[in-house]
Design a protein around this ligand. Structure first.
Ligand SMILES: [Zn+2]
Length: 313
């Protein structure tokens, strides 16, 4: 260097981690972990026309509409059933740097939708983010196992008629559209029974679960390094990333659940089969109680009357 002074260059990733590269007589790289604060944010919205319009008007992160659409899609036609008159309450978390700028995407932790006395609640547990719990009027409906967070359900399970040719085709899974590189996670624990390329599926990972049920994750752009057949996998463990390998029109996860090689709807029967490790009743109740308390604190509305309505299941 002409000046004799070492030159430092800091490269920052979306995660907030900085790589400080110093050039000089002895070049070096230093990794600086970000100092982050996790903020909990809450918002209450009256839906006037649609879920999307309501979220947009309140400057709530847009990605939430897609996430909620997918979660609630198994229960209702969100476009028809959420069309005005509902009250929506959301809680989410954001990681912020000391200067207040956001790092990484915001994460939903709790949602409550009240429509003429009917109450739907969704809870995202902090420790195991792929097991999403759904409550209707205080009773646990189901736990959803989602292999991609923030994805859009672009094609449901079952027979579908091609819009142009009219030809009926069987769709053995669901298509979840998400940007290339979005993590794909195992929906339940099991062992890898296949990993590699397979025809139209492209890069595919297959997991065999305790009951013999198989879950299949396809069109991946890449696999997690060193993953191999026989490896044990936990629920929520990353398998690879969303891509468009094989026969895919764009980046999406074609996700299948098979019982005795018969495809089942991953959002219906498949959910129930893969729920091998359900939390206990007490854990559900305390998780829900805790979320409602946080909601009350963050949007200042009274969530208390509902606490009495907690079911005794
Ligand atoms: Zn598909």
């Amino acid at each position: 260097m002409a000046t004799g002074q070492p030159v430092s260059v800091a490269i920052e990733r979306d995660s907030g981690i900085q790589y400080v590269v110093t050039l000089g007589e002895r070049p070096s790289t230093r990794i600086v972990q970000p100092r982050l604060d996790t903020l909990t944010l809450g918002r209450e919205v009256d839906v006037k026309t649609s879920l999307y319009a309501a979220l947009e008007a309140e400057e709530i992160p847009r990605r939430f509409a897609a996430e909620l659409d997918m979660l609630l899609g198994g229960l209702m036609d969100t476009r028809r059933d959420i069309a005005g008159g509902e009250r929506l309450q959301l809680l989410w978390e954001e990681d912020r740097r000391e200067d207040g700028t956001r790092v990484g995407p915001p994460r939903l932790t709790y949602m409550r939708l009240v429509d003429q006395g009917e109450r739907l609640e969704v809870l995202w547990p902090a420790d195991q983010r792929t097991t999403v719990m759904l409550f209707k009027n205080g009773s646990l409906l189901d736990s959803l196992q989602i292999p991609v967070l923030g994805a859009r359900l672009t094609s449901p399970f079952g027979n579908r008629r091609h819009p142009v040719s009219g030809e009926v085709r069987r769709h053995d899974g669901i298509d979840l559209a998400a940007p290339r590189g979005t993590p794909v996670m195992a929906t339940a624990r099991g062992r890898i029974s296949f990993i590699g390329r397979r025809g139209g599926y492209g890069r595919v990972v297959e997991i065999e679960h305790e009951t013999g049920t198989i879950s299949r994750y396809t069109h991946l752009s890449r696999f997690v390094a060193r993953l191999a057949v026989g490896d044990s996998i936990k629920a929520g463990e990353k398998l690879g990333e969303v891509g468009a390998s094989g026969l895919a029109t764009g980046p999406n996860l074609h996700y299948e659940v098979r019982v005795d090689d018969r495809p089942v709807d991953p959002l219906e029967e498949g959910q129930l089969i893969l729920l091998s490790e359900s939390p206990t009743r007490q854990e559900y109740r305390s998780a829900l109680f805790e979320a409602r308390t946080r909601l009350q604190k963050n949007i200042g509305t009274s969530a208390a009357p509902d606490l009495a309505a907690l079911d005794n299941r």
